[in-house]
Design a protein around this ligand. Structure first.
Ligand SMILES: *Cc1c(COP(=O)(O)O)cnc(C)c1O
Length: 364
């Protein structure tokens, strides 16, 4: 059996007619950027997340940069983030000119370790940037306890729909950002992103920054950029927003099933931290012989992936920061030992079973 790692076709087919109609409406309206459709999506997103402001931008990477700029981060400041994330997270910090400081992740949920964070905060720390990795919220209340009044920016790119202690991811930090890259749990048909906050002042700056720092048309108060959300993407996202909970529930069912099948094997599926609803953007487990398992699964036709093969502190582009192998042992062990399995909502029972059988067979 051939099982792709992700299959956007399966997600798209059932909504094809609805999407075409909504896209057709946008084309007829000739309002391609911002406008009523984007506003409607922003309002629906804010209501879903339980935040005051949801502000559409061009992608999740811009969302991070804009949020950092809105917090006033710049040269001379320090921002603390994790090495176990996608490059977009440290890159946004680097782009502001602030000093990039890494904090290792904890070995259970693979999110920012509040104990290590304690030792990294200095008078120059301007912002703390945890990531809700793989669709599971970081333990924000523990990070908050350490951070005091330092603003926390959450990178929620992978975590639309997840929650912690009854609060939606997006409403956990001072300001949070999402990506609508097509494979994320809420994905557009192209690029898209969002900055969310319940802070009126920050929201006003974010709204200005996405259109060149304009406070009103052609009056530019800040050094901004061009990062707008297309109406076509917003129209599609409105449709998918109504389905995303059902999709996420299905992802969690697959993860539960895998967990039950992998008991007693050498493949330890990621744990759910108490209080969290995990949306399994990636369904990742750890094993001692990852490369051999990956080859075995690939030979069996099961798509799988490594997130991420290089922890960010060891990327070539950050060589000048002077980090070395051994500095962040938890993040490094995830790079060495983790493997992500197919976990998309439309997988049939046969497919789920085939993936699980193939993993179990490897350990026999
Ligand atoms: C996808 C992703 C981003 C970037 O989002 P884009 O929309 O691709 O720019 C940022 N951070 C994390 C953790 C991501 O997974």
């Amino acid at each position: 059996m051939q099982i792709p790692f992700v299959d956007l076709n399966a997600q798209y087919l059932p909504i094809d007619a609805e999407v075409r109609e909504a896209v057709g409406d946008v084309l007829s309206s000739r309002v391609f950027i911002h406008g009523d459709v984007v506003k409607a999506f922003e309002q629906e997103a804010a209501a879903y997340l339980g935040v005051k402001h949801a502000i559409g931008v061009a992608n999740g990477s811009d969302a991070l940069l804009i949020a950092l700029l809105a917090l006033g981060v710049g040269p001379g400041d320090e921002v603390i983030t994790v090495p176990h994330t996608y490059i977009a997270t440290p890159e946004a910090i680097y782009r502001t000119g602030a000093k990039l400081v890494f904090c290792d992740v904890e070995p259970t949920g693979w999110n920012m370790d509040p104990e290590q964070l304690k030792k990294l905060i200095t008078p120059k720390t301007k912002c703390i940037l945890p990531v809700h990795i793989f669709g599971q919220c970081a333990e924000i209340e523990k990070i908050r306890a350490v951070a005091g009044n330092i603003p926390i920016l959450g990178d929620a790119a992978q975590a639309w729909g997840s929650s912690r202690n009854g609060k939606k991811c997006g409403a956990l930090c001072d300001i949070e950002t999402f990506s609508f890259y097509p494979t994320k749990t809420l994905g557009a048909a192209g690029d898209g992103g969002m900055v969310v906050t319940s802070n009126d002042e920050l929201a006003a700056i974010v709204r200005a920054l996405r259109v060149h720092g304009e406070s009103r048309r052609y009056y530019n108060q800040y050094h901004g950029m061009n990062s707008r959300l297309d109406a076509i993407q917003a129209a599609i996202l409105r449709i998918k927003l109504r389905k995303v909970d059902a999709w996420n529930t299905e992802r969690a069912k697959i993860a539960d099933y895998y967990r039950s099948r992998f008991e007693g094997t050498g493949f330890a599926l990621g744990k759910v931290i108490p209080g969290n609803v995990h949306v399994w953007h990636q369904c990742v487990g750890m094993t001692e012989n990852r490369d051999a398992l990956q080859k075995h699964l690939t030979d069996k036709g099961v798509g799988c992936g490594v997130y991420y093969p290089v922890p960010q502190h060891l990327q070539i582009c950050y060589q000048d920061l002077g980090y070395k192998k051994g500095d962040y042992p938890v993040a490094e062990s995830i790079s060495d030992k983790s493997l992500a399995l197919p976990c998309w909502p439309e997988m049939t029972q046969d497919m789920r079973q085939y993936v699980a059988d193939s993993v179990v067979e490897f350990y026999k």
